[in-house]
Ligand binder design. Structure first.
Ligand code: A2P
Length: 268
């Protein structure tokens, strides 16, 4: 595509890739997904995040975004909130295929398989766009090589906000190669907090009451078997972390693997 006038007015900053938007899907007035080209030589581990940005009034504005596509994918996928007056998302929500998006060259993050000690069952607890790093990990064969069972929980305000997660699980079921690795190891537990639905309530309440485990037909959290990853708002992270610690799981990091890891769901 021909370069736009702005491209000349705002040169790409150093240490930054400029990639092309391939697709944009709007789910609700608060949520959208987009894909873009993956730079040659850009490597990341499934579950990591990158700094994504746009040139706005001649200045690059960046925010952290979990990469929602798996490490093997040809394209990069992101799942984003639309913050009405957000310095980045108020502009990012208007992108169209062919537009240019910036990405800093170095990905990072703690929601990686390497930050956990070996276990049998992996829980991924997410709220809102916090599902994004897990969208990456549930499409990575390594997740299923390391765990006998993978339980993805996703809690949103209303049913429309769950659609990204349902589409994702459907995509996995329809992907012959991936399905061979995933088999029946993946469970998707979706709940809402502000509307009627089959499953309702905050994940923290569902853990506390034990309803999560009875619904899934699995035993309560056990540090010998269960591992956890948490991604959501600050309050959700804190409350979920407290419950995992109460069950005897310890927080780990890249440098010191343990039974669970945490990442903020980024907005702005
Ligand atoms: P609630 O509707 O009770 O606030 P948001 O879209 O605001 O990020 O919220 C996503 C989901 O996270 C909502 O279902 C919300 O429930 C839930 N949530 C908010 N705070 C917490 C918390 N401290 N612990 C667990 N879930 C939370």
């Amino acid at each position: 595509a021909p370069a736009k006038t702005e491209d000349f007015a705002s040169p790409i900053p150093a240490g930054v890739y400029a990639e092309t938007v391939l697709s944009v899907t709007h789910y609700t007035d608060r949520l959208f997904r987009f894909t873009m080209t993956r730079p040659q030589g850009f490597r990341f581990r499934s579950g990591e995040f990158a700094m994504i940005g746009l040139m706005i009034d001649g200045k690059p504005i960046f925010r952290a975004y979990s990469i929602a596509s798996p490490a093997w994918a040809e394209e990069l996928e992101f799942f984003s909130i639309k913050v009405p007056d957000g310095p980045l998302t108020s502009h990012l929500q208007a992108i169209k295929p062919g537009d240019q998006v910036l990405m800093r060259k170095k990905p990072t993050g703690t929601l990686v398989l390497d930050a956990l000690t070996p276990g049998r069952r992996l829980y991924m607890f997410s709220t809102g766009t916090g599902i994004a790093p897990f969208a990456s990990l549930i499409r990575d064969p390594e997740t299923y090589e390391k765990y006998e069972q993978v339980i993805l929980t996703h809690t949103t305000r209303d049913v429309a906000e769950l659609k990204y997660g349902f589409d994702l699980v459907e995509e996995i079921k329809n992907d012959e190669l991936l399905q061979e690795v995933v088999g029946d190891k993946l469970r998707h537990y979706a709940t809402v907090t502000r509307e009627d639905f089959d499953y309702q309530g905050r994940i923290t309440d569902l853990i506390s009451s034990g309803k999560l485990f009875t619904d899934l037909g699995v035993p309560p959290l056990d540090p010998a078997i269960d591992r956890g990853m948490i991604c959501g708002s600050s309050a959700m992270l804190k409350d979920t972390k407290d419950l995992l610690e109460k069950a005897g799981l310890n927080e780990g990091a890249n440098s010191k693997p343990a039974e669970f890891v945490i990442e903020r769901a980024f907005v702005g």
